[in-house]
Design a binder for this molecule. Structure first.
Ligand code: P6P
Length: 343
């Protein structure tokens, strides 16, 4: 007699979860469901290569430089191509845009176009690959604005408020996929033995009591007074709150994910380090907006220091923004310091 399977919780695969989510949206046609399947599959493939990173010949840099002026790691290229080729022929997308490429990525003419656009950062934090620090993929899905035919730049330059789905994959101690379609945030952990993402974090809510703050202290000399005072506030130095612990991996997805689960704030402020980047380093469309959508679904908040990230209407694919994201109280406090002392 086989042993009776004892489970204290439903075994929920991401496929089943997406189908259940689809039932909440009666108008859903299954296209979005299939698009999410495809992203989960791409994530499994990328994960299988990142875990072999130290062994496979793909580790190390190509001799190419991307639109951001950053040297492209071979794993970056693999992740970028995997996501594009997983989605270019399905007829679900009108266009794509990747943080690794300057312009919009059209759907090849031989394939049909669909009603969504996909924007993605294929491997954020890739400078950490060779030190075996967690890295991630970030994705955003919008409904196209144009009626039909090839997707347009207008389809891609939408505010985060218009997001239909946002999510990320985190390639760390385990591989996780975290996503929201507007009805809460759900985390799935990849079981490599069966190749399935299983629900491990149901309806994530940022804890009310924060534990961490995440910032690169190495740039303190470039900060304005507001950031110096804000950081001292987080460290408990002005006596307003108990000190928070500093955690900074230099990999946005890893830092964001920790604060999502444990409570805290990540910030990459505008600084005076690089006159070419007065708005800081992070990209609005590929990093800030999708994570702001997830943070808001988890009871948190994201700001550029003045306004909700989700309200910013992009004017270019690669525009950058200062980012404060995590517990609403901590992000609003940053806005307060900036109002009082300037950026
Ligand atoms: P810094 C990785 O390159 C990245 O885009 C984010 O993942 C990360 O949060 C940030 O840059 C780290 O930048 O300047 O602190 O090394």
């Amino acid at each position: 007699m086989p042993p009776k399977l004892v489970s204290h919780a439903r075994i929920m695969t991401i496929e089943r979860h997406i189908l259940e989510e689809q039932k909440i949206h009666p108008e859903a046609t299954g296209t979005l469901t299939n698009l999410l399947y495809d992203l989960a599959l791409a994530g499994k493939f990328i994960a299988s290569n990142t875990t072999r990173g130290g062994l496979a010949e793909i580790l190390g840099e190509t001799n190419e430089v991307n639109i951001q002026g950053e040297r492209v790691m071979k794993l970056d290229q693999l992740a970028d191509q995997t996501i594009y080729r997983m989605n270019d022929h399905t007829g679900r997308l009108a266009a794509m845009a990747s943080e690794e490429h300057e312009g919009l990525l059209p759907i090849p003419e031989r394939y049909q176009t669909g009603k969504y656009v996909l924007l993605y950062d294929p491997l954020d934090g890739s400078s950490n690959i060779e030190t075996n620090t967690s890295i991630g993929t970030i994705f955003s899905i919008y409904r196209r604005i144009s009626d039909s035919g090839p997707g347009t730049m207008e389809d891609c330059l939408q505010p985060g408020r218009n997001l239909v789905v946002a999510g990320y994959l985190l390639y760390g101690v385990s591989t996780m996929l975290v996503y929201s379609s507007g009805s809460g945030v759900f985390g799935f952990t990849l079981d490599p033995d069966i190749g399935e993402f299983l629900l491990t974090n149901d309806n994530i809510q940022i804890p009310k009591k924060p534990k961490y703050y995440s910032v690169n202290h190495g740039y303190q000399k470039y900060w304005g007074e507001s950031m110096v005072r804000y950081t001292q506030y987080l460290q408990g130095l002005d006596g307003q709150i108990p000190p928070l612990s500093l955690r900074y991996a230099g990999s946005l997805v890893a830092d964001f994910h920790r604060n999502l689960l444990e409570g805290g704030v990540f910030y990459y402020p505008a600084d005076h380090k690089d006159p070419q980047k007065p708005s800081g380093k992070l990209r609005l469309l590929y990093e800030a907006a999708p994570l702001a959508f997830i943070a808001s679904q988890a009871g948190g908040y994201a700001s550029d220091g003045h306004q909700n990230i989700l309200d910013i209407v992009p004017t270019s694919l690669h525009q950058r923004t200062p980012l404060f994201i995590g517990n609403r109280t901590l992000v609003e406090k940053a806005e307060e310091f900036i109002r009082q002392y300037g950026i």
